[in-house]
Design a protein around this ligand. Sequence first.
Ligand code: IPE
Ligand code: IPE
Ligand code: MG
Length: 245
Amino acid sequence: MSLAVASTQAGGTASSLRHLAIIMDGNGRWAKAKRLPRLAGHRAGVEAVRRVVEAAPDLGIEILTLYAFSSENWKRPADEVSDLMGLLRHYIRSEIKELHRNGVRLSFIGDWKALQSDLVELLEDARQLTANNTGLRLVMALNYGGQDEMVRAVRTLAADVAAGRLDPAAIDTDMVGDRLDTAGMPPPDLVLRTSGEQRLSNFLLWQSAYAEFVATDILWPDFDRVALADAVAEFATRERRFGGR
Ligand code: IPE
Ligand code: IPE
Ligand code: MG
């Protein structure tokens, strides 16, 4: 079934998709195809973020997690890393009022407190400003890696064991989940990746245990409301079993 057809047939079933997580990929290829510098691709990617944040609540999505910068993206040339940090700064500064007005609650996962101190301050202010909002929960994964997140969680458990506060035999999946950056959040129902790549690239490894996965060939800067509706419709055709029958 084509995505477009599914989108018509599945009308009204989108409400089961509470948490959508997106691996926003393809900014560089978008720019290359247009013979533009990579920065132009990342800038256009920010526009796609604006569109998706606006459209998500209309599709019944309650939590939107966006993979914006991975713990492995530091391997990129310094000028690209600096461009990405600059765009993040610009996005928060220019959007925060509008996000707040729209009731968006902004938070972050990943080792974001290791970013530049002025950026950490800006992010923390934005988080606090919107902490009591009840609309879309927008989670930005910044300096995020699933393995790094698990290592940090394991360290806190190990510290509790070493201090005699925790019996190793008492450690269970809930306890591990509670030490992850996503503590208290339901796991993603759908992980969506743009640009045709079909890999997780260290995104939400623990949390995606039973997530559906959709890969679209659309490059992130071209992603829009229609593409989002198509992905939601594709999700609605999936039968989830969680290991049961
Ligand atoms: C996604 O686009 C943005 C980030 C990873 C920060 P890319 O920059 O990875 O674009 P491609 O994959 O090279 O096309
Ligand atoms: C994943 O994209 C990270 C983000 C979208 C932030 P990458 O472009 O970094 O992933 P790989 O290197 O192609 O796996
Ligand atoms: Mg990429």
